[in-house]
Write a new protein. Structure first.
Length: 269
């Protein structure tokens, strides 16, 4: 599988990609790991977003998860450092291009948040244009629990979506933020019963399919431009901070504690 996010030759393995009536539905599909991001899934998501961008038959995109989660963020079983990329390299190489692709894609992207969205999974939902969420969904800014800092643009998107005070509260506490509260805060455009989520997301998407594509693309571009401060700078800054946090003893302790299903003992090292 190429790093660049080109079309995977043999089809997708970690996600499903289907186009119906102008809507590309991308379903993250590692349900046993709550759709946590391993490297193949990061590469395939980038490839799927690029395929949707290129395909004139696609006018809107729905991003969702298989099973009971939207995504639990970075796969904590994946190795980093040594023979593998560091966390900062991984952000620059794979995650940050996904976030930039979501924002630059000249078509609206709807996150259909079917369950828990944690860490990078939450950031991914924040980077979409619209969010519809199941009433049973939640957002968990789980970075601190494993000794890391918010990344994938969370520090850029969340203050803009819900205000700096609430973003700070959520990021420092780690959440969880329920679907209902997220809707109150305007983070979620619409909360719906779990069984109505797919239908509601498709209804929203089809409305966008019927709109003028160039006007939609330019509206998205204008909305991006209207946000002061550059996302590129924020992504790069997050990557440099994650480079520091990723080498801390507390990060290793956080991951070990998660695997062992115990509370972490952080020492500030
Ligand atoms: O380069 C970079 O900087 C990368 C950094 C990226 C930023 C991040 O995303 S850091 C944050 C990473 N994510 C987390 O820390 C979340 C970890 N997961 C959880 O806290 C919980 O699983 C949830 C709150 C999401 C859901 O809790 P619950 O009780 O509903 O489910 P569970 O029992 O914890 O998990 C179910 C299974 O999924 C379990 O596997 P098992 O025991 O049945 O075999 C669990 O290990 C697995 N799982 C959940 N999250 C992850 C995961 N496996 C790998 N990675 C995960 N992130």
């Amino acid at each position: 599988m190429p790093e660049s996010g080109d079309d995977p030759a043999g089809g997708y393995r970690t996600l499903e990609y289907a186009v119906t009536d102008g809507v590309a539905v991308i379903t993250l599909n590692r349900p046993n790991a709550l759709n946590a991001f391993d490297r193949p899934m990061k590469r395939e998501l980038l490839a799927a977003l690029r395929a949707a961008a290129r395909d004139d038959a696609v006018r809107a995109i729905v991003l969702t998860g298989a099973g009971r989660a939207f995504s639990a963020g970075q796969d904590l079983r994946e190795p980093f450092g040594g023979d593998h990329p560091t966390l900062a390299e991984e952000l620059r190489r794979l995650y940050n291009p996904i976030i930039l692709e979501l924002r630059r894609l000249p078509k609206p992207v709807i996150a259909a948040v079917n369950g828990v969205a944690a860490g990078a999974g939450a950031s991914l939902a924040f980077a979409c244009d619209l969010r519809v969420a199941a009433e049973t969904a939640s957002f968990v800014l789980a970075f601190g629990r494993v000794g890391l800092v918010p990344d994938n643009g969370a520090t850029w998107f969340l203050p803009r979506l819900i205000g700096p005070g609430r973003a700070a509260e959520l990021m420092l506490s780690g959440g969880p933020l329920s679907s209902a509260r997220a809707e109150d805060l305007g983070l979620v455009n619409k909360g719906v019963p779990a069984e109505s989520l797919a239908g509601e997301a498709m209804t929203m998407a089809r409305r966008l399919v019927d709109a003028a594509p160039i006007a939609l693309a330019l509206t998205k571009r204008a909305l991006n431009r209207a946000q002061e401060g550059s996302l590129e700078e924020a992504l790069e800054y997050e990557a440099s901070l994650q480079g520091i946090a990723g080498q801390s003893v507390d990060h290793a302790e956080g991951v070990m504690a998660f695997m062992a299903k115990r509370s972490p003992r952080f020492t500030g090292k």
